[in-house]
Write a protein that binds this ligand. Structure first.
Ligand code: NAI
Length: 341
């Protein structure tokens, strides 16, 4: 029952034809870095439809002007500006409230998220350095994989510029939450839009831990069901990578996930109470330096972690099994940042 009241709004708050007038004090400025990519393009489209956004800044190292021109013809009020290449990065970031980072290379068949490390670590470090200089107060939402490492990298960069705020750097794990709801609803004959499964720990392999004992509405699972659902949720990204057969990773579902996450952040920045999304953040008070949990969002970003609730024996075991991988991913990110700086 407690979690029921915490279910984030699943329906994106898209503008409707003839919708109400714009509240200028509540609209925010949002940047997408990597806007021309498989995720960046549909994400830019979804953000252009939001009445909560005044300005949309689309940045990429290629093709952003085309994406910007295209999206800007949609008749919503969001003002779109496109920026290409490093020389235009600072202007893309100035004044932003929220910066989304889907820039980077995606997985191909047979690759793990960690295989992306060197390329994406450098991209994220470069982009976050620019955020530190140009929009140090913005919320930074990291989509680029491996999220378990890129979030620690982003944090170390912000620390080095003396602008670190742990409430403002969040790894986006929303897609795991959506997949969990979809697969559980399918397996149990439920309405997927009413299902909420907290997903904790991290965003790769064994570090993706759905808390099926805390599903809302409460549903019992047999051990084989727990095993097969946990397996499917963890491997859903690979399911898409293989089905696309060389043409990329999850982009459409990820764009929706990132848009939903963004709308929740913007709601919370505007003072909407009780806004919850899962996300991967610094967790200095736990035994892990970074960890994903359901988060209460607020006017400054993450208000607090909702914590883990009552874990089942099975879930406690899954965390135990994930420990080594998660800590190794985190340390790899921190070590990279030290060398980069
Ligand atoms: P993509 O290759 O289609 O697009 C990436 C875009 O980033 C390209 O337009 C590229 O030009 C741009 N880019 C590269 N370097 C850049 C830089 N320095 N500055 C700005 N833009 C730059 O890849 P896709 O499919 O959009 O995936 C992007 C990232 O998102 C990957 O790292 C992928 O692993 C990750 N991802 C994360 C998920 C999550 O749940 N957090 C889910 C799915 C993908």
């Amino acid at each position: 029952a407690r979690l029921m009241s915490l279910i984030p709004s699943v329906t994106p708050k898209l503008i409707r034809h003839g919708s109400t007038s714009l509240q200028s004090n509540k609209v925010k400025k949002v940047a997408v870095l990597g806007a021309s990519g498989g995720i960046g393009q549909p994400l830019s489209l979804l953000l252009k439809l939001s009445p909560m956004i005044s300005n949309l800044s689309l940045y990429d190292i290629q093709h952003a002007k085309g994406v910007g021109a295209d999206v800007s013809h949609i008749e919503t009020r969001v003002k779109v500006k496109a920026y290409v290449g490093n020389d235009e990065l600072a202007d893309a970031l100035k004044g932003m409230d929220l910066v989304l980072i889907p820039a980077g290379v995606p997985r191909k068949s047979g690759m793990t998220r960690d295989d992306l490390f060197i390329t994406n670590a450098t991209i994220v470090a470069d982009l976050v350095s620019a955020c530190a200089k140009n929009c140090p107060r913005a919320i930074i939402a990291i989509i680029a994989n491996p999220v378990n490492s890129t979030v620690p990298i982003a944090s170390e960069i912000m620390k080095a510029y003396n602008v670190y705020d742990e409430k403002k750097i969040i790894g986006v794990t929303t897609l795991d939450v959506l997949r969990a709801a979809t697969f559980v609803a399918e397996a149990k004959g439920l309405d997927s839009t009413r299902v909420f499964v907290p997903v904790i720990c991290g965003h790769s392999g064994n570090t993706i831990i759905p808390l099926l004992s805390q599903i809302s509405p409460p549903v019992p699972f047999s051990q084989p069901e727990l095993d097969s659902l946990t397996y499917r949720i963890r491997n859903a990204g690979t399911e898409v990578v293989e089905a696309k057969a060389g043409a990329g990773c999850a982009t459409l579902s990820m764009a929706h996930a990132a848009a939903r996450f963004s709308f929740s952040i913007l709601d919370a920045l505007n003072g909407k109470a009780g806004t919850i999304e899962c996300g991967y953040i610094a967790s200095p008070e736990t035994e892990f330096k970074y960890f994903a949990t359901p988060l209460l969002l607020g006017r400054n970003g993450v208000e607090k972690s909702i914590g883990l609730g009552n874990l089942s024996e099975y879930e406690t075991k899954l965390i135990e099994q994930a420990k080594h991988e998660l800590n190794a991913n985190i340390e790899k990110g921190i070590d990279f940042a030290k060398q980069y700086l």
